[in-house]
Design a protein around this ligand. Structure first.
Ligand SMILES: [Zn+2]
Length: 425
């Protein structure tokens, strides 16, 4: 895929980003054992490097590398026990913690998020419903302290494990102007509304995150809630990385929090991808002093573009293409097939609003599909062919039509999953 507007200069960093990067590199060398070692090994002059091309001399970093060597990534200046931290479980289920200094924690967790939400039209005093992956009891506990926040924003947490009809009834009583949720769960609610459960009136905007948002799902949710979706892209390691503004028009690129992170796209060999090409997203944190992550591989696919957003935002935009919450398909020959190849091929099938490709045996795939209206044989055939094309006829494929697709224990939908235990090649 090519961007119509390749970036105009050899170094795409802004002066502010260069300054922040220089400060971060200096801190990394002075205080973080891993980087000190790497900088010395590759003779990297940490003191005067401003350009992206210089940063790209550093090797990329994976979660596994950090997990095996935790203490090497924590700054000598900070005591891990006293730092704010966030856990993610990841696809392997092994917890992974990222540590933050206080200032960057509050910036990332509150200030940047609120700034982006207000830019999308949210106002002081708004009612916000957060549909969260917490037990109902925990949601109740969280709401018992809500009065503390009410002068600023009237936030109420709702468990996504609640019965769908009961949850919709509670939302109709609360009348949120803003809803936060996972696309797959909002699909379940939109489905119930389309089946006659009655609408939730007064919603002005929906914020989604954490899952790849398929365009068919977006339209279906927007139609049944009569409100636009603003998706944002982030992770526990960096919090919010990029977000959609009101001018992104649903499908446009996401604004990157440029004074917080540097995003890059790398190809399958780990080299910087040519302008406008898709590849793996790599992120460098410019602010976190306690556990600075430089060129960290997100395990997600994306595309960067220098096409201007109509709102006037001047930086590059990021278009996440999904991948992280998905598994590889493993063929009988032990060849691994990227979930991204399958999702790209299946994405544009008309009428298909949600799907899950599940490798449920060594040689078998089940494609669970949810449709806007009952599909005909040719639509089901298109799904079959879209998957078969990528798997090269190596697996048997059955296409099932469902009302809804079950989510994982973490409340998220895995678009491509391997429910059979296979030894990876
Ligand atoms: Zn914009």
């Amino acid at each position: 895929m090519k961007s119509p507007n390749p970036h105009p200069v050899s170094d795409p960093l802004t002066p502010k980003q260069r300054l922040l990067l220089n400060q971060q590199l200096k801190r990394c060398y002075d205080n973080v054992p891993h980087y000190r070692h790497v900088f010395e090994q590759i003779k990297f002059d940490h003191d005067n490097h401003y350009q992206l091309s210089e940063l790209q001399r550093l090797p990329t970093l994976s979660k596994e590398q950090i997990r095996n060597n935790y203490k090497d990534f924590i700054s000598d200046k900070y005591n891990m026990e006293r730092c704010k931290h966030s856990y993610s479980s990841g696809s392997t289920g092994e917890p992974f913690a990222t540590y933050f200094d206080n200032l960057s924690w509050y910036r990332k967790k509150y200030f940047l998020k609120l700034r982006a939400r207000f830019a999308c039209g949210m106002s002081i005093g708004d009612r916000i419903a957060i549909l969260e992956c917490v037990p109902e009891e925990k949601a109740r506990q969280s709401n018992s302290k809500a009065w503390l926040r009410d002068p600023l924003l009237k936030v109420r947490v709702f468990s996504l494990f609640a019965d769908t009809d009961e949850l919709l009834a509670k939302l109709r009583v609360f009348r949120p102007r803003n809803i936060y949720g996972y696309p797959s769960h909002l699909m379940t609610l939109a489905n119930a509304i389309s089946n006659g459960a009655g609408p939730v009136p007064g919603v002005k905007r929906i914020f989604t995150a954490s899952e790849y948002l398929k365009s068919g799902s977006r339209q279906f949710i927007e139609q049944h809630f009569s409100a636009p979706i603003f998706d944002h892209y982030g992770s526990t390691e960096f919090k919010e990385i990029a977000w959609q503004c009101p001018f992104s028009n649903g499908s446009g690129g996401y604004h990157i929090n440029n004074h917080e992170v540097i995003c890059e796209i790398i190809d399958s060999d780990g080299n910087p991808a040519p302008n406008g090409s898709s590849g793996e997203i790599v992120v460098t944190d410019l602010r976190n002093k306690a556990m600075p992550l430089l060129r960290y591989r997100m395990n997600d696919h994306g595309l960067m573009s220098w096409e201007r957003c109509r709102c006037g935002y001047e930086g590059p935009t990021l278009l996440p293409l999904g991948g992280r919450s998905s598994d590889y398909i493993i063929l009988p020959s032990l060849k691994q097939i990227s979930p991204y190849l399958i999702t790209t091929n299946i994405e544009h099938i008309e009428g298909l609003i949600q799907y899950q490709i599940d490798q449920n045996s060594v040689t078998g795939i089940i494609a669970r599909t949810v449709w806007e209206s009952p599909p005909d044989a040719s639509q089901l055939n298109r799904v079959h062919h879209a998957i078969d094309d990528i798997l090269g006829g190596a697996m048997s494929i059955s296409v099932e039509v469902c009302d809804a697709i079950s989510v994982e224990e973490n409340g998220k939908l895995k678009v491509v999953k391997r429910s059979v235990e296979l030894r990876q090649a």
